[in-house]
Design a binder for this molecule. Structure first.
Ligand code: UGA
Length: 445
């Protein structure tokens, strides 16, 4: 029997994966969303998005009574001891984050706390700019509960570092835990919960104040995005030096323990719901403070240009794109997810369409999401080979395992003109450039 009952407000990647992670270890979890369709689907054990292992684990915990989804924050709060806020904090047109969902969650949780007479811990897990937990969440909770933060209820900021595509694994095996605490009692309560949850596995835990915890999340994502843009500029330099190869450069610098090999894969740049949004938000936040974070501006610019890079390569090979048939392999922002938010496939396909190309695309799971973006402007193939058939050029946009298994012959035998642009460095250039017109990222050819 676990010591705490937990509620989770928000059922996106972070909310649902955190909920399922806790439930899979025997905690009673109540998730809450205002979306009736989403709640029904979760209560039937069907996740609203694709993520490896999520389907079976969700079904299991729902069937065993460890997880349910309700439609009001009040029901979730009144029946639990701890509430995690995991709602979305999307970008606004000026790059700043939209705190609308944080605000409404804090108000509803505050109102529910007003009806409770036991201590309750509120934990902000959503990515929020420094100051939000203290200046917005705390104030709204106190106002609507008529209670005092620190004595009647606790408040922590606990950033999340899970990656899509390995969300459940990351939830169960994080590198460390960051606890931003309003006061010691709140921090002790969250620390005790995590010690029980992770058991013997002693994880490095940093306890700090609320704004530092908030900034750690942005610094983490901005640093990883910087690594990617950095390796992409070195890849672009490689392309100008005959014989220089980014994969060997990345492997070699990665062996320096001060650098490490991860997040040094050159390609068409980063996408997803986190890096683009968080880099933008950190720039906007710094600007508001009167500071221009020049490195971050460059990181963003390099990333935007990296998508265009694929189209330029296609143009160089085909002379012009108008009327040409381009096969796009991979639509999601990375493998093992159907998420297309800020996917590099979107600017690539839009630019191809603007230049008059006919686009056929294939992705193992993201086609339903792609249809809501591109509608009938592109053709959707049901297999890689169907996608390649009669194409004048193919661009690998996402490095799905399924594409790594394709042979050079799959391209030569099915395409009208076998021109392959490997945007993710998944094929052996020596072999492929002998068999077809092969262009890749970060290789001086
Ligand atoms: C990222 C962070 O890695 C998580 O720690 C964080 O919790 C999450 O954002 C978040 O803030 O919620 P995620 O966006 O799911 O996770 O995916 P990543 O694996 O980080 O990949 C992001 C993008 O970078 C992808 O488009 C990927 O293709 C690209 N990437 C990654 C590269 O281009 N090269 C690399 O070497 C690594």
């Amino acid at each position: 029997m676990k010591s705490q009952h937990i509620s989770i407000v928000g059922t996106g990647y972070v909310g649902l994966c955190t909920a399922i992670g806790f439930a899979s270890k025997g905690y009673k979890i109540i998730t809450s969303t205002h979306n009736v369709e989403r709640a029904t689907s979760i209560n039937r054990g069907v996740p609203p998005f694709y993520e490896p292992d999520l389907q079976e684990t969700l079904l299991n915990v729902v069937r065993n009574g460890y997880l349910k989804c309700v439609l009001t924050r009040e029901e979730a709060v009144l029946n639990t001891d701890v509430t995690f806020i995991t709602v979305a904090t999307p970008s606004q047109p000026d790059g700043t984050i939209d705190l609308r969902h944080i605000k409404s969650s804090a108000i509803e949780i505050g109102k529910a706390l007003n009806k409770k007479d036991t201590y309750h811990l509120v934990v902000v897990k959503s990515t929020v700019v420094p100051g939000t937990t203290e200046n917005m969440v705390k104030l709204l909770l106190e106002k609507h509960s008529n209670k005092h933060c620190g004595s009647d209820f606790g408040l922590c900021m606990n950033p999340e570092f899970l990656r899509e595509g390995s969300a459940l694994h990351d939830t169960l095996h994080p590198d460390r835990i960051i606890i931003g605490e309003h006061d010691k009692k709140s921090g002790d309560a969250l620390d005790a919960l995590y010690k029980e949850f992770y058991g013997e596995e002693t994880l490095p835990t940093i306890r700090t104040n609320l704004p530092t915890a908030e900034l750690i999340k942005y610094a983490n994502n901005a640093f990883l995005a910087t690594k990617i843009s950095f390796i992409n500029i070195i890849a672009n330099i490689c392309e100008k030096i005959l014989g220089a190869d980014i994969t060997t450069v990345a492997e070699s610098i990665g062996l320096d323990q001060r650098i490490n090999p991860r997040f040094l894969r050159a390609g068409l740049g980063y996408g997803g719901s986190c890096f683009p949004k968080d880099v933008k938000a950190l720039i906007a936040f710094s600007n508001q403070l009167g500071y221009i974070p020049t490195i971050l501006q460059a990181v963003q610019e390099v990333n935007e240009n990296q998508a265009k890079h694929a189209v330029e390569k296609a143009k160089e090979k085909l002379a012009e794109l108008n009327g040409k048939r381009i096969a796009i392999l991979g639509l999601s922002f990375k493998p093992n997810t159907d998420d297309m938010r800020e996917a590099q496939s979107v600017p690539i396909i839009n630019q191809l369409l603007n230049e008059g190309a006919n686009v056929t695309a294939y992705d193992p799971v993201a086609i339903p999401n792609a249809k809501s973006i591109f509608k009938n402007k592109i053709i959707y193939a049901s297999s890689p080979v169907e996608c390649l058939t009669d194409a004048d050029c193919c661009i690998i946009v996402t490095e799905w395992d399924e594409f790594k298994k394709l042979m050079a012959e799959d391209f030569t035998q099915n395409m009208r003109h076998p021109i392959l642009i490997d945007g993710r460095r998944i094929y052996n250039p020596e072999e492929y450039s002998q068999k077809l017109e092969f262009v890749t990222i970060g290789l001086g050819q």
